[in-house]
Design a protein around this ligand. Structure first.
Ligand code: PEP
Ligand code: MN
Length: 264
């Protein structure tokens, strides 16, 4: 059960020997929106690791608004992520879109991401509940906190309790930012649930220069970690370049986070 009543102590999830949640060190997930090439993903992984990231993010299967936009390198992308993991020892976080790919993801990936658009894909959630992989469950585009926790419940009801929630901004009337980061969701979730929660300031704002202040705010309100888009060449990124920060900016952010965080 996701409800704290049934489980008063914070859940701590172990991924390749690293812990997320409770008093653990912050989960700092960084990497490009999409895996684009071997050179790109391995290069970014090495840079963000040096700067303090402890997980590598990167999309292989991309849920794009237009079917004509770059859809990701798909299975080849997973292979490249595995190569980056081999070279850096960073566990990999990547998004699944279809229940047909579960077996492949279980074999190849360390944390399976469920994107905002699939938060209420109940068949996918039920199937993931039958695995024992950690799941990063992003909040839906217009989901209430209650609906989000119920989606976690779908996974947990199948027996998989390893869920990391991810606040990534919600749709509001404001159009200046891509979404509106709901910072209040972090203390709310902490009050209602024992599950760890991380914040994605990249998709929340859609603007690279807003990532740093909101990442600091997320840590200040008690987030268990951050997931941040980092690209070596944002201007030419195949996806979400406008919200991606360069590695050196990520490095500066890590220095700032150390001043706020419980334990980095
Ligand atoms: C992503 O992490 O690249 C992504 C597509 O995020 P979201 O599902 O939050 O839009
Ligand atoms: Mn993205």
């Amino acid at each position: 059960k996701a409800n704290k009543m049934f489980h008063p102590k914070p859940t701590v999830i172990e991924v390749n020997g690293q812990k997320i949640g409770g008093d653990s060190r912050l989960a700092l997930m960084a990497g490009p929106c999409s895996v684009e090439s071997e050179e790109q993903i391995v290069g970014i992984a090495q840079e963000v690791k040096k700067m303090g990231a402890n997980f590598l993010r990167g999309g292989a299967f991309k849920p794009r608004t237009s079917p004509y936009a770059f859809q990701g390198l798909q299975y080849e992308g997973l292979e490249l992520l595995m190569e980056a993991r081999e070279k850096t020892e960073l566990p990999i976080v990547t998004e699944i879109m279809s229940p047909y790919d579960i077996e492949t993801f279980v074999e190849k990936v360390d944390i399976i991401q469920v994107g905002a658009r699939n938060m209420q894909n109940f068949e996918l959630l039920k199937e993931l509940g039958r695995t024992s992989k950690p799941i990063l469950l992003k909040r839906g585009l217009s989901a209430t906190i209650e609906e989000w926790l119920m989606s976690a419940e779908y996974i947990m009801s199948g027996g998989n309790e390893k869920i990391i929630l991810c606040e990534r901004g919600i749709r509001t009337f404001e159009t200046y930012t891509r979404n509106t980061l709901d910072l209040s969701a972090i203390p709310a979730v902490k009050n209602l649930s024992h599950l760890p929660v991380v914040v994605d300031p990249s998709h929340a704002t859609g603007k690279w220069w807003m990532v740093e202040p909101l990442a600091r705010a997320a840590v200040a309100v008690g987030s268990d970690g951050l997931i941040i888009e980092v690209h070596n060449d944002p201007a030419n990124a195949l996806c979400d370049g406008q919200q991606s920060i360069k590695p050196h900016v990520f490095g500066e952010l890590m220095e700032q986070i150390k001043l706020i965080a419980k334990a980095v």
